[in-house]
Design a protein around this ligand. Sequence first.
Ligand code: DGY
Length: 317
Amino acid sequence: MPKPDILMPAPMSPEVISALDDRFVLHRLWEQPDTGEFMNSVGPHIQGLAVSTLAGRIDDVLFDRLPALEIVANFGVGYDNVDARAAAALGIMVTNTPGVLDEEVADLTLGLLLATIRCIPQVERYVREGLWPSGAFPLSPTLRGRRIGILGLGAIGKAVARRLDGFGVEIAYHGRSRQADVDYDYHDTPVALATACDVLIAIVPGGAATRHLVDADVLTDLGPDGVIINVARGSVVDEAALIAALRSGTILAAGLDVFEDEPQVPEVLLTLPNVVVLPHIGSASIKTRAAMGQLVVDNLVAWFDGGKPITPVPETI
Ligand code: DGY
């Protein structure tokens, strides 16, 4: 049996590349001197794609050029970079990497929450700039006693809630529906959640359904003591409304791991003192990124060996 042809549009880790090289004919698009010519000659033979958000949008434009494509294996639990409905309509399987990153993203979320509320990066700069002896650093707000709203109580949201249980806070949530296995307060809209809380943690999937779920109204309802933490997707928060709210004091502070136009971060955000910015590192530990890469490989192998991937996304089951 000839080995299936797999296309990798943008680089993934050396371990993933080597594992795919062993098992498939792996084509590295980013190494091709003429990608147009390469797609014309090799595109019709490609049966699998290994992609991350670095590969750009995976949709009909690409599917049209890959008529033999059977599966898109996405590196990431979020797959808003892939048009899964268009794939499903063409009978193309899509897989993601759920489960292996929940605890890592939850850890990062707590780190970002504490960094934002206790102003850790800001005071760390005081030390580096030699200002400690002057005693001039500002005092921070407090996490304890706050009402925390989790927007999206999926596996990661629940892992965050478990951690928060030890912090002396109240927890509430909004999601598509009330969940039977938790007793946190449920609110049926983001506005209702924001009204009941003074910290909002966004952990919903990206995509059209959640675009600008956190808008000017939600920010206003969060109030002047309000803190927004976004570890979901930049698109979930209306960035222009957020910047206005941070500038005007409509809310207190924001901790952002994701941005609307990554890796671009609006210049003005970087000038605001009440923002902590991270470069989308929710899952970015050595161990977790390795597990995600392995799941990409395992999904492709399972598909081509037996036609049943390990973690298909719901749209393509
Ligand atoms: C994901 O897997 O979707 C996270 O955002 C990490 O990249």
